[in-house]
Design a protein around this ligand. Structure first.
Ligand code: 6PG
Ligand code: NI
Length: 189
């Protein structure tokens, strides 16, 4: 009837949560996500780097319950574009989420189904509120791992399809040594 409460240790330096389920996303898992397809192919053939790892403590998909996970997003670029997470809407689209930045620097791209986009910078201590219905993707704009904790409803789920197919309306690139958020020339409405 009652579930058992627990506490776990989150290592702020590595992002690892003890006893969590680990997921690894390599660059080869992200075909079609980056703007510069040639640069993507070359980097995959050369070293196929790990782009990010997720350490998740998840419950059954029931309303009212909560999941949490850290993400360790590595520094790097494909062409001019900074490494990012795939990005998703929640499968139950009205489920909100909270992110808490722990280490490194980066930001979050958010977007409504109509393509209204917003970029929010994240440094250690930044808490980001992801409202219902907004797709979200994190971007590492620094040169060390960008680590954050996310807390989300256990029944939120992930809808990757829409973003995989259409992308975000904005991209985050390095130009003249600066972080620039600009329109995605490949964005499809
Ligand atoms: C979630 C969170 C977060 C996210 C990871 C990896 O809903 O579970 O937003 O834990 O899943 O940062 O990003 P992608 O799920 O977009 O690959
Ligand atoms: Ni999410």
């Amino acid at each position: 009837m009652y579930k058992e409460p627990f506490g776990v240790k989150l290592d702020f330096e590595t992002g690892i949560i003890e006893n969590a389920k680990k997921l690894v996303r390599k660059l080869s898992d992200m075909k079609g996500y980056f703007l510069d397809e040639q640069a993507w192919k070359e980097l995959v053939e050369k070293e196929d780097p790990v782009v990010y790892e997720v350490y998740a403590i998840e419950q059954e998909e029931k309303d009212g319950d909560l999941n949490f996970a850290t993400t360790v997003l590595y520094p790097g670029k494909v062409g001019k574009e900074f490494f990012f997470t795939k990005g998703h809407y929640h499968a139950k689209a009205d489920r909100a989420e909270i992110y808490f930045a722990l280490k490194g620097r980066g930001g979050m791209l958010l977007q409504t189904p109509e393509g209204k986009a917003k970029f929010i910078e994240m440094v250690p201590g930044t808490v980001v509120y992801v409202p219902p219905y907004w797709a979200h993707r994190t971007v590492n704009t620094g040169n060390e791992p960008f680590i954050f904790l996310a807390v989300y409803p256990a029944d939120a789920g992930h809808d990757y399809g829409t973003i995989k197919e259409k992308g975000f309306s904005k991209i985050v690139v390095e130009e003249d040594g600066k972080v620039v958020v600009k329109d995605n020339p490949k964005w499809k409405e």
